[in-house]
Design a protein around this ligand. Sequence first.
Ligand SMILES: Nc1ncnc2c1ncn2[C@@H]1O[C@H](COP(=O)(O)OP(=O)(O)OP(=O)(O)O)[C@@H](O)[C@H]1O
Ligand SMILES: [Mg+2]
Length: 309
Amino acid sequence: MPCIVSVASGKGGVGKSMVVSNLGLLLAKKGLRVTLVDMDIGGANLHILFGMFHPPSTLSDFLTNTLKNLNEVAHPIPGLSSLKLIPGTGETLITANLQHAKKKRLIRHLHKLDADIILVDVGAGTNYHALDFFLLADFFLAVATPDPTSVLDLYRFIKLAAIRKVLAAFSARDPVADALLDKDFHSVTAVLKAVGETSESGVAIAQEALKWFQPALILNRMTPKSRINTLHLQHLLKQYVGTDLSILGKIPEDIQVQQSILKYLPVVELAPSSPATNALKQIVDNVLEMVGQAPESMERMEEPRKIRA
Ligand SMILES: Nc1ncnc2c1ncn2[C@@H]1O[C@H](COP(=O)(O)OP(=O)(O)OP(=O)(O)O)[C@@H](O)[C@H]1O
Ligand SMILES: [Mg+2]
């Protein structure tokens, strides 16, 4: 089974797709079979970053059952057959209101993809789709820029994802769901307290659900003037996820990134010795360490996966 890594952000336009395309290319060059999945519903553009203007098929064809197997929608990137891309879908009524059964089918097929590692580009924002697509992974990456609004949105995103993760561990009819759905919480302890007040045995279930939820942060567009208080962010998030938010890497502001997007080529290919490329290479090593798998020894971590619409 492939290992799934999701990449999200609270705020849009912070560099998720840039990170996904470049990490995908670097991982494929290390010999892994990589599939990128564009799950940015309504804002899909990962295919454009590879100059694939008219994909033969997209996620829509799978969601509408025109194509039965998700592998059929995974298109090799020209020149690097070990890297495939599942182009995203536009916002249609089906995708805007993706039914639970369709989401489950998609998740089931993701786990059966012919790949070693899957990178999921999750759309920005805190809607249910974004949270669920983020949480379907084995490992979680969050991208933010040093801009205070990006950091705040990231904090909100991780906070809601943690609550959604707890919620997903209970059935829709469980009284715990009512206790969590419409409340704001200031810490994970408060979430667990609310669970405990409703169901004593629920606390252990909630703790188990959060055990593997350890998002790692990538800071993008850093400049020498960036003043990001990562310690403060780590402290805030510790309250939520009860764990340390690791900083996987920092990517500098780099004009070559903008040029690479204009040329429809990942920056690691266009400018192999640029500052952004160097940072991305370091991040890829950290990703491999995080997932605990070198190309020659593919082992996966076991984690309970429960997604509820
Ligand atoms: N390190 C960087 N240096 C310079 N420019 C960057 C850098 N990272 C991203 N950009 C710029 O930011 C733009 C947005 O990046 P990208 O499309 O990857 O963001 P996104 O988070 O996927 O956006 P969306 O939320 O709309 O999907 C890029 O087109 C590029 O111009
Ligand atoms: Mg994007």
